[in-house]
Design a protein around this ligand. Structure first.
Ligand code: BG6
Ligand code: MG
Length: 220
């Protein structure tokens, strides 16, 4: 069993700023079908699967669709989203992330990706992080969306460690709840008020450094 503290990273909004692309693509699609939603409502879409996101948007507009139309709109949103993603390079990795990952690797900490996205591997390739994580748990292998802890529990299992030995980085409310539900120490990346359920919260990766985690009080 792995004794070194393990680190699990969400992808969208933690490693890369794709959260803004999700917002733009969903907003464009929603507008087309006569639904408007704000950045505040968008917080509820972060960390949430593609299917659940569209369900939420439709519920905000009191709309129902046939299965075929639902699938067509999800595909349309994803194509639009991928047009943004495909333009990304290593330069789009959020500030401080690379050097923090380097520190963890230098100290032999196990690291995994825990993302709801089915596009995770495409994004990692664009930003040249395909070989960084020991385990990649993404939307193609989980059946229960965050706030269910499945994605993070699977990541811990792949890293051969226990949940109480894991630290999770998340930018979404659903993701923080998932980490907490899994018995892991949760670190919010973003606004403290929005992510108030996190054990610790920072606005970005420049606000802390590796030594912080040497003395951190883990959840369990
Ligand atoms: C999460 C994002 O990481 O992935 C959500 O925060 C998104 O906004 C979800 O809906 C699923 O992503 P994708 O790329 O499979 O549509
Ligand atoms: Mg995220």
């Amino acid at each position: 069993m792995q004794k070194q503290t393990a680190f699990i990273f969400d992808l969208d909004g933690v490693i890369v700023d794709t959260a803004k692309f999700h917002f733009l693509a969903w907003q464009k699609l929603a507008n087309k079908i006569g639904i408007n939603f704000s950045e505040k409502e968008n917080e509820q879409l972060k960390g949430v699967s593609r299917v659940k996101s569209l369900e939420k948007i439709l519920s905000w507009g009191n709309k129902t669709l046939s299965d075929e139309e639902f699938q067509r709109l999800m595909d349309e949103k994803n194509q639009d989203y991928l047009n943004y993603v495909k333009q990304m390079t290593e330069a789009d990795i959020l500030p401080g992330v690379n050097s923090f990952l380097d520190d963890l690797k230098a100290k032999n900490h196990p690291i995994a990706l825990g993302s709801a996205s089915k596009n995770a591997k495409t994004i990692l390739k664009c930003v040249k992080l395909s070989d960084t994580f020991e385990a990649i748990i993404d939307g193609t292998v989980v059946s229960k969306a965050k706030p269910d802890p499945e994605v993070f529990l699977k990541a811990a299992q792949c890293l051969n460690t226990t949940p109480s030995n894991c630290i999770v980085f998340e930018d979404s409310i659903a993701g923080i709840q998932a980490a907490n539900a899994g018995g892991m120490t949760s670190i919010g990346i973003g606004d403290k008020n929005t992510l108030h359920e996190a054990d610790f919260c920072f606005s970005n990766f420049l606000q802390f450094d590796y030594p912080f985690f040497k003395n951190i009080k883990m959840k369990a």
